[in-house]
Design a protein around this ligand. Structure first.
Ligand code: ZN
Length: 143
């Protein structure tokens, strides 16, 4: 429960900060900001998972069901090809908008992409950084 509150609080802070620093919101921009927040939340969950697993990040999303709590976080709001997952029983890698690029890397390995949005091409690192496909930093790592 405490872990979930930590993740939720971090998501809220990041989401509000990103939203307030952007021009007037369009639907596309709102989807981008939501995607970035979901990636950051997933990276937080992966780091929490690593604390109980020898410092390694998870090999897949199913391993993190206790840390993520909510499968919908793995659904990019700009993904119009799939339906959001409502529970873990319906989760598959094929209906997930994100992919783990390098499963099981050590959390100290901050120079290797861990997470990627299949829709936006954003990439996430174990330190919480999220970059767009041009390399622009969208979220500075602070995990
Ligand atoms: Zn996305």
């Amino acid at each position: 429960m405490k872990r979930w509150l930590l993740i939720f609080g971090a998501l809220l802070v990041i989401g509000v900060a990103v939203f307030l620093t952007t021009p007037p919101a369009t639907k596309r921009r709102v989807e981008q900001v939501d995607c970035i927040s979901r990636m950051y939340g997933t990276l937080c969950a992966a780091k929490l998972w690593s604390e109980d697993n020898g410092g390694r990040l998870p090999p897949d999303f199913i391993s993190m069901t206790n840390e993520l709590s909510w499968p919908k976080i793995l659904f990019c709001p700009a993904d119009h090809l799939h339906q959001p997952m409502t529970n873990w029983a319906t989760f598959t890698a094929n209906n997930c908008s994100y992919e783990i690029v390098t499963p099981g890397i050590y959390k100290t390995n901050t120079n290797v992409v861990f997470l990627r949005c299949k829709i936006h091409g954003y990439v996430g690192y174990s330190d919480g950084r999220v970059l767009d496909d041009s390399g622009k930093v969208l979220v500075k790592g602070r995990l």
